[in-house]
Design a protein around this ligand. Structure first.
Ligand code: BG6
Length: 461
């Protein structure tokens, strides 16, 4: 075998509650902002498919966990839905939800699959969004109470906790780029949302530590390393600033306990710094994470600005750099994202050298493909060789990073089974397991899932 991974390496995949559970409004659950947005604007979702049903993990989790076994999982991440556990955002805990999450955790453990639990995957309860979502500090308190409730209820059995998945996405998508509800475009409000999210994260870490549970707590960040068009000073400066905005803005406070100085200076000069309360910076400083999850899909390529914005234009990060489309780049045409496998290695070396080599794992990596049913073979399963190749090529770089000392503990694919993906709904399929929407959500393991089992059993390839 050419690429052997360290002992006890985590092989598995990631998913989220809102994208898989379905059972939207039953057993006491209340609306998240996704349910609400869908009820108002179904046309914003691919083919008008909303979050109501998704893949019905709520009812089929036992069958699904068997399929995790069949596909070699020794670990699996999902998220608890705040809107299911505490349907009013604060106050009463929904016992049916406690039952459900207990059963999922127990079933995973009974099958030797380590549960990794995330607390927030873009899914603000609508009642919390109505009072301003992350712009309102009361939502920070409500979130910390929700997180503490989860630690108390499940912390005896769950050893790996994550406060947020890709916390920059709600900042960008909901407050800058008009992609998600509430479709605000306002940098100042985005900065408040970002800061409050980081404070909520740090306070949840603090609450976890106070309970003295035997486990680790971290956060999952989507890292998109920035590469300059050329080695020219201006291009490199532009890439550096993009990196500060889109990677270091979250990575530095959660690991080093401080915001990047340049980010603060840029925002201060433009009077865009969010209001900071007395103990915010202290709680951030005192609560670095134990473990980092790295979601990696694509790099960001950047060049120096070619035209200056008008002075009166409301600020956007893109006033400081231009995106650059690299000729000849490899691309996944279904998603429009560049595929650059070696970048995963650059992330690992960056964490090794600039972040004290903290323990981390690849918490998402994957390839969304539309129309996969055309690859179905005579035996009835999808032959997704492109996905196998995608994983192998990334893993070669992960292996190299580990050989060179990066503290990488595992690799999780996005995702276990085809799932509903926000406004893209079921357009692109990412799973090891097909979910047939036309055939009662029938699950069939794809070729990649069969291959992944061998990979996990051999601990390499
Ligand atoms: C990840 C998210 O960034 O991308 C997932 O954590 C999401 O929730 C996945 O499903 C794929 O996204 P998309 O937009 O390609 O469907």
């Amino acid at each position: 075998m050419k690429y052997l991974f360290p002992e006890k390496f985590w092989w598995g995949s990631a998913a989220s509650g809102p994208q898989t559970e379905g059972a939207a409004m039953i057993d006491g659950r209340k609306e998240s902002m996704w349910d609400f947005w869908y009820s108002q604007n179904p046309e914003c979702f691919h083919h008008g498919v909303g979050p109501t049903h998704t893949s019905d993990f709520y009812h089929r989790f036992k069958e699904d966990i068997q399929l995790m076994k069949e596909t070699g999982h020794n670990s699996f991440r999902t998220s608890i839905q705040w809107s299911r556990l505490i349907p009013n955002g604060t106050g009463e805990v929904n016992e049916k939800a406690v039952d459900f999450y207990n059963q999922v955790i127990d079933e995973l453990l009974a099958n030797d699959i380590e549960p990794f639990i995330n607390l927030y995957h873009f899914d603000m309860p609508m009642c919390m969004q109505e009072i301003g979502g992350w712009e309102n500090r009361n939502v920070i308190d409500a979130y910390v109470n929700y997180a503490t409730t989860c630690f108390r209820l499940f912390g005896g059995r769950v050893k790996y906790w994550f406060t947020f998945n890709e916390p920059i996405v709600p900042v960008e998508a909901s407050y800058l780029y008009d992609l998600h509800y509430p479709n605000v475009i306002d940098f100042k409000r985005a900065a408040i949302v970002a800061h409050h999210t980081i404070v909520a994260h740090a306070k949840a870490v603090e609450a976890f530590r106070k309970l003295e549970l035997a486990g680790k707590i971290g956060i999952i960040l989507n890292l998109t390393p920035s590469y300059p068009r050329s080695e020219d000073k201006e291009d490199r400066a532009a890439a550096h600033i993009a990196d500060v905005f889109f990677n270091r803005s979250f990575l530095d406070p959660v690991t080093k306990g401080v915001y990047p100085r340049e980010l603060v200076e840029i925002l201060q000069a433009r009077e865009l710094l969010p209001p900071v309360e007395a103990d915010d910076l202290e709680v951030i400083r005192n609560n670095p994470i134990d473990i980092l999850g790295v979601n990696y899909y694509q790099p960001r390529r950047v060049k120096a600005k070619e035209t200056q914005e008008s002075e009166n234009a409301p600020f956007m990060p893109e006033h400081l750099f231009d995106p650059y489309i690299m000729p000849g780049r490899k691309i996944n045409p279904h998603r429009g994202w560049e595929i650059a496998e070696e970048v995963i290695y650059d992330i690992m070396i960056d964490i090794r050298d600039n972040y004290d080599n903290i323990p981390f794992f690849i918490s998402e990596n994957g390839m969304g493909v539309e129309g996969e049913e055309k690859f179905r073979n005579d035996a009835g399963y999808i032959e997704d060789d492109y996905r196998i190749e995608f994983v192998r090529e990334h893993l070669q770089w992960v292996h190299k990073g580990i050989q060179e000392g990066a503290n990488c503990l595992g690799y999780h694919m996005w995702t276990f089974m085809d799932n509903w993906s926000w406004t893209n709904a079921y357009k692109n399929r990412y799973g090891f397991v097909e979910v047939d929407l036309k055939n009662s959500l029938k699950r069939t393991v794809k070729k990649s899932g069969r291959w992944y089992k061998q990979l996990a059993e051999n601990n390499g390839f």
